[in-house]
Structures are given as C-alpha cells and as structure tokens.
Design a protein around this ligand. Structure first.
Ligand code: NAP
Length: 259
C-alpha cells in the first residue's frame, strides 16, 4: 500500500531511541523528511545516521521536552529548516520519579504531567498554523495502554497518559475545522534493544517469561516495528477517516504492566 507520504515533513519527538526512532526510520523509507528531537546528542546523531543510510533526509534538535517552551522551539526550528510541517508525532514521554504512591512527590506528579501531556500540547499549539496549511496536517500523541487500564503502580504515569489520550481526542474536535486530525496511539509493553523490557528480561527472566505467557495472546510483547507501522499508517492520508481515536497496539495485552 502506498501511504502517500512522499516529500512530507514530520517532527518526531523522542526520535533518537525505541518507538520514536523506529517510527522515524519507517517514515523516512516512505519518503518523509524528518526532524528528530531529544536530549542526547550522541543518540540523536546515531539515529540520524541510520536514517541517512536508509536514504532519508533528517535534522536533529537537542531539547529537554519537560519544558513546554522547548517543545515550541523544536517545532519552530523544524518549520524554519523545512519551510513547513505536515506531521507531528509527540512521542517523548515516560514516568518521572518514584513509582510507589507513598514515595512519589508532588514534583514527580507535576513533571510527569508536564513531560507527557505538556510537551505534546505545547508542540501541537506551536504546530497548528503549519499543520492547518498542509493538506494532510495531523498529529499523533504516543500514549500508553496504561492510560486506559488501571495500573497497580506508577499512578502519575497512568494518569498523565489518560490525560494525553483525552487531550488528543478532544483537540481533534477543536482542530478538525482547520483540517487537522489528532489521534492517540497507545502501545502496550514494547520490547526493543536497550529498552526497559529488555533489561527486565535479563534481570528477572522467570518473571518476564510468566508475564509473556499469561498476559499476551501471542505469548510475546509488541515490537517497535509493530508500533511504528501503526503510527505511520495513522499519520498518512490513507488514514484520513481515523480521527479523535485512541488506537491500542498491544497484541491484546491483558494488564498494562508487569511492574
Ligand atoms: N516502551 C514501552 O513499553 C512503552 C509502552 C507504552 C507506551 N510507551 C510510550 O512510548 C513513548 C516512547 O517510549 P520508548 O520506550 O520508545 O522510549 P525511551 O526508550 O524512553 O526513549 C524515549 C525517547 O525520548 C527521548 N527523551 C527522554 N526524555 C526526554 C526529555 N526530557 N526531553 C526530550 N527527549 C527525551 C529519549 O532521548 P534522550 O534520553 O536522549 O532525551 C528517546 O529519544 C513514550 O511516550 C512512552 O511513554 C512506551
């Protein structure tokens, strides 16, 4: 299927590793010109090199996206480099601070919300005029199945991802009249080299094997390629009928997390 993405411009936040990197690589093979934002210069350079090896065009922008002003700057730099923006993938995110409620501080809760919800919303706000000028303008917020199902620990992450899903679905209504689609894609536990699940598999192999056997119909976690495939389709004009949605890509995972 031709996704119709040739020559489009996409910004992928958190594009130097894991789901974001794989999404950027896949979009590059579809002819998308990319901007990647993250903190680490070295991993950004490595991701950019992989994209260029695959024949893609890419710029990298170092930023700490816990600051909404930095999200806005990243969008502005992308637009000033390429002259326009068609696709925003707000992928950077994660849990900040302690996971147990008793230990987690108010600051942990605030930062987790600022990082997951604040960065995506600030980026979309900055991107709105450019996305409105594009015939395919759209945004995907990378959330989590934790945003839908209750988690047994890490409540600030689950609550922030629930807020992120709700923000995407709600903003689709406000931005729809400007021709902009907004969706959430919610991965389940996703395995990739250097990721948290790979570390856990090495540290606690028996617990991990039980998790895979009991919580996944196919007896395995999702792969980054599976998440990237879904995102690439959702941002493409072939998915013009998908809007205000939360698309779970979790292989049928029973509970949101082992931990
Ligand atoms: N992996 C999973 O099992 C899973 C499951 C459900 C949902 N998700 C969600 O999917 C998204 C991607 O997850 P992942 O596991 O692929 O991520 P990851 O391995 O944690 O990588 C995150 C990316 O974001 C960047 N990043 C981290 N903190 C940042 C900050 N403060 N400012 C700017 N960039 C930052 C990282 O680069 P630097 O560290 O160099 O900045 C990296 O490029 C996240 O929103 C996560 O919550 C993941």
């Amino acid at each position: 299927m031709d996704l119709g993405l040739q020559g489009r411009i996409a910004l992928v936040t958190g594009g130097s590793r894991g789901i974001g990197k794989q999404t950027a690589l896949l979009l590059a093979t579809e002819g998308v010109r990319l901007a990647l934002a993250a903190r680490g210069e070295e991993t950004l350079a490595e991701a950019a090199a992989s994209i260029r090896e695959a024949g893609g065009e890419v710029i990298t922008i170092q930023a700490d996206l816990r600051s909404p002003a930095e999200s806005a700057r990243v969008v502005a730099e992308t637009i000033s480099s390429y002259g326009r923006l068609d696709i925003l993938v707000a992928n950077a995110g994660g849990s900040i601070g302690e996971r147990d409620f008793a230990a987690a501080s108010d600051a942990d809760w605030e930062e987790t919300f600022r990082f997951n919800v604040g960065h995506a919303v600030a980026a979309l706000r900055a991107a709105t005029p450019a996305l409105a000028r594009s015939e395919i303008g759209n945004a995907v917020f990378v959330a989590s199945i934790s945003g839908r199902a209750p988690a047994s620990r890490g409540a600030q992450y689950a609550a922030a991802k629930a807020g992120l899903i709700h923000a995407a679905r709600s903003l689709a209504w406000e931005l729809g009249p400007h021709g902009i689609r907004v969706n959430a894609v919610s991965p389940g536990s996703t395995l990739f080299p250097g990721g948290g699940w790979e570390r856990l598999r090495a540290e606690r192999p028996e617990e991990f094997a039980k998790f895979e056997a009991e919580d996944f119909p196919a007896r395995r976690l999702a792969t980054v390629r599976e998440i990237a495939d879904a995102i690439a389709f959702v941002v493409s004009p072939r998915a013009s009928g998908i809007n205000a949605a939360d698309i779970q890509v979790d292989g049928g995972q029973r509970r949101p997390s082992l931990r």
